[in-house]
Ligand binder design. Structure first.
Ligand SMILES: Nc1ncnc2c1ncn2[C@@H]1O[C@H](COP(=O)(O)OP(=O)(O)OP(=O)(O)O)[C@@H](O)[C@H]1O
Length: 336
């Protein structure tokens, strides 16, 4: 019986910094990603998520800090030596090589004999349901099929961590949702960690066990999708995740989910607002609210997403003054 402890392949970033000289892309981040996690690095353009991924992949040299995979420091190892593999966008397939040769490419570079590398490449094509297309050129495949080949090619390196840089951004919305389900299935079947960079909060919520929200080279919050959505730590997270109101109260700044905000007759208690617009959305009605002192051109400050039945029982017209209400448990204090 094999009693050796299972090799842990947790990935750890320790005070990781990337300074390009004119911009501090990653400002010293600490992060631990447990083996087998699906982690999404989420944030707006320029927040440092791609630089972080590229440092993990070994395509960018960190200015400072360390990267540790399964207890082994890999900070300065070459991409092929570190136990990670990057799944590039589908358009990075070699156009002149067949699907099979694309997948087998890294093994060919390593000097693996042809029958062996083709057998392994076929196995991986089977995994991604692309075996029947082995002899085709990439140009004769759909976007989703190319994406599957790109995945098989990355897996040829038997990585412990698979890195994905905006893998769904080139796909149309329908295919994007379909591929999202496939990514989730592959992750389950392969059991390795996936680290996926995205600027879409919807994508991160749908996929990740660990959502890491980045802003200006720092981590604003790292936690499960539910934790991040239900208890945003900062104003930045509340606004970036969306579906939250940021409200100033005498006790400080708080976040309240749009579906937890309720409207009452304007009176002396609670913040006041003016209904700016009403948007019917079927199951719910969005009531956009302006601060009472807002100018005509200011964007609405808050939104209440009311269940349709509640709204229709007591419809509210634009221009009406209302008071904002919420349950104490629905108010989340935001860190400054
Ligand atoms: N090679 C480089 N040289 C100089 N500055 C860079 C380089 N790569 C990125 N930067 C800068 O570092 C910052 C972070 O960039 P990075 O690509 O990591 O962000 P990102 O969150 O992935 O953005 P995006 O979603 O737009 O790719 C940006 O200000 C960017 O301009």
């Amino acid at each position: 019986m094999n009693t050796a402890p299972a090799a842990r392949t947790d990935l750890e970033l320790v005070r990781l910094v990337k300074d390009y000289g004119n911009s501090l892309a990653v400002a010293g981040i600490d992060l631990k990603i447990a083996a087998g996690s699906y982690c999404c690095l989420l944030g707006p353009s320029g927040c440092g998520k791609t630089s972080t991924l590229r440092m993990i992949a070994g395509h960018e040299d960190p200015t400072d800090g360390a990267i540790v995979l399964g207890g082994r420091e890999i900070t300065h190892l070459s991409p092929a030596e570190r136990g990670t593999a990057m799944m590039f966008q589908s358009y990075a397939l070699f156009p002149h090589l067949t699907v099979l040769d694309n997948v087998a490419f890294s093994a060919r570079m390593k000097g693996t004999a042809r029958p062996e590398r083709h057998a392994r490449a076929m196995e991986l094509l089977k995994l991604v349901h692309m075996e029947p297309y082995a002899a085709r050129l990439p140009a004769a495949l759909s976007g989703g099929q190319q994406q599957r080949v790109a995945l098989a090619r990355a897996l040829m390196l038997s990585p412990k961590v698979l890195l994905l840089d905006e893998p769904l951004s080139a796909l149309d919305p329908f295919l994007r949702v379909k591929m999202r389900a496939e990514l989730k299935r592959w992750h389950r079947e392969l059991g390795m960690s996936f680290i996926h960079v995205t600027h879409s909060q919807e994508e991160a919520m749908a996929l990740a066990d660990l959502v890491v929200v980045m802003n200006q080279g720092r981590i604003e919050q790292a936690g499960s999708a539910r934790e991040v959505f239900e208890r945003p730590r900062t104003e930045f997270v509340a606004r970036f995740i969306g579906a939250h109101n940021v409200i100033d109260t005498p006790a400080g700044r708080i976040a309240v989910r749009t579906d937890r905000l309720r409207l009452a007759e304007a009176d002396a208690t609670g913040p006041l607002a003016q209904v700016a617009a009403v948007e019917y959305q079927g199951a719910q009605v969005l009531v956009h609210l302006a601060a009472p002192d807002a100018g005509a051109d200011d964007a609405p400050a808050w939104t209440a997403a009311l269940p349709d039945a509640d709204f229709h029982a007591a419809p509210i017209e634009p221009g009406r003054r209302v008071a904002l209400r919420w349950q104490p448990a629905d108010a989340h204090a935001l860190a400054a």
